[in-house]
Design a protein around this ligand. Sequence first.
Ligand code: BGC
Length: 767
Amino acid sequence: MDTDHLFTLTADPTWLLRIDGFDPDYEAQAEAVLALVNGYQGTRAALEEGHPAARPATFLAGIFNTPAAPQAPELEAPIPELVVGPDWSQVQIAIDGTLLRLDQVELLEQCRTLDMARGVLVREWRVRDAAGRITALRSLRFASLANRHLLAQALEIRPENYSAAIVLTATVNGAVTNANQTRHLEALSSAALPGAPLVLRTRQSGYLIACAAHALLADVNGAVVASSTEATPTALRQHWQFTAGAGQSFTLQKLVSIVTSRDMPDPTAAAAAHLREFQRVGLAALLSEHSAAWAERWAATDIQIPGDAALQGEVRFALYHLIGAANPDDERSSIGARALTGERYRGHVFWDTEIFVWPALLYTHPQTARALLMYRYHTLDGARAKAAANGYRGALFPWEAADTGDEVTPDFMLSGGERVPVLTGREEQHIAADIAYAVLQYVQATGDPGFLAQYGAEMVLEVARFWADRAERDEAGVYHIRRVIGPDEYHETVDDNAYTNHLAAWVLRRAAALEQALQALPVEWPALAERLQLTRAELEQWRTVAAGLARGYDPATGLIEQFAGYHALDPIDLSGHDPSVATVDARLGWYAMQRTQVLKQADVVMLLILLWEEFTERDYAANYAYYEPRTSHDSSLSPSFHALMAARLGLLADAERYLRKATLIDLDLYRPGHAGASGGVHIAALGGVWQALALGFMGIQPTATGLRITPHIPSGWGELGMRFTWRGSRLRLRATPDGKVTITLEHGDPVQVAIGAGPWEEVTHDE
Ligand code: BGC
């Protein structure tokens, strides 16, 4: 059977992420960047046959568990974490009793390639054992984007210079733990039913995970080798024993279905039925469907930078992980800080989702953006409870969220060896405004009034109500939001963080105007107002608070003070600072650091970008010039927004430098320190890359009227090309370094576009 086509890669290398050789020290990072993701699950690219450095992990969106005891010594109480699910792609290979594992045989060559165009991972390697036997192997794995319950694997083995008895064992292994050794899964029953799916249950949260699997092994003529199967309460195994001669290849094709009780109450029968269907279709056809699904997403998402092949590849890496981060059909889970590619931050959901990742989805695949907002809607009661627990009305979304919408921020962390209380769960409240902001961006970008009326307005109104209650009025009539942490987490318990106050004021104003916005749907407002017991007087109060909130804005210079008292802090010299060597908190200590002006990440700069229309050219320039030298970029969220701002300001050297910092956060695999991707890809940074390109370099500024586009394209790029979805229409945009923009309406209604400071014009279909 000719199986070459299974392993054939896309020809253009800018679609491929390739890692050659094997270095156990960096294997954890390789596993994350090469992960197979489809928004339902993420599988790290661990070597199939195992290795002491391998950390195989499959994560299932929304499957969290809180163990009985704290997972780390610095924690006071256990916290939910994303569960490492069954390892579905384990294959043990033994030649006359010798395991073909890279720690037991000599690796002659290896190349692992993530084909981002098709979402497949192809590995080719050759090994020599102590007896001098050389074996060539190839494998393919994918997690289908066409049917997210499908996982598939092919493995070809070919003895080069010997003939021997080979034993293969393909396993779905449920006896797994998280990296901190916590065992979250238990067998559902003490006995296993032969031929039935493997069913596991998360020990405390009680989610069921059902996996069904079946593999076929065939020789080059398609003759199937008989197998024996074995089922235990925590594993499914299939064994083959056969003799292969020199040059004879055998190929294993394995199909796995995963269904959980998040999908349906009884996932076991569904897993079995899915598998039967997958077997009927067959791996090759399933691969074609999967590739077609990726092609469809790429058609709306790809960005072209023809003049810079390295950057082109890095950008596609970002887009690949963004496409794979979320599932448009799942309204009850969201994207964790490392998506489904690693355990750092325990899979928790932060503002990273709405402010960094989400715009890329909003403007390429609005269905996914909507599903993510629905996750917040479904957890609104948790946000109401958090506000109430803090003594406020309205809704305060959790700084860190998991599956329930409860606040799950840990109480302590280790910083430079010190056990430091984590205040973000209490004080980093801007997330409430961030989510309301996203809701209103969604409405603007999609014109989906149904969403606003049914779900969005309620979120915005409840968040506004929180801010109005949260703000404190002083004797002079100025409103303050005291004791918060802004985006820059290096300063805690500050008053009047400008980002927080400006966003809160904006949300209050927009919320107070919602009645008008909903006028097109006259029945909605009275019902909503009654349900939330909203009065005109309360809306009026919101306008008063919005107008009175401290802004920290100096009209003489345009400078915005990051928070009250920031300017008086000690200056800091960050020249030569490299976060991958040591972050500022590790160098200075947590408390000493707070007395300086150092920023962990963009803060006022973020504010300017989010509320662009509220500020002027002078404001952007003054604040960028002031804050940029004070920013350490110790958070991976920082460089992309500096790239975006610098690009909008036409500071292209800065913009390109920051863009590369952002694109390389995960891809610079061999960097020292904590900064790598071993704990999963930095999905917020990758979302920031999309924003830097679309909103910065292409200079797209979405407004209530339409899109204002002011490109700044580096000369080395040749051009920048992308698609942009706006109110159901899809535009194709191309801009060149001379500032010329070509816009084509690919489908949908005409779109209002203005170039630079030019007039609004309608982009219609070519005649
Ligand atoms: C950053 C936050 C971010 C979190 C998760 C922190 O280091 O300061 O802004 O939300 O990481 O990515």
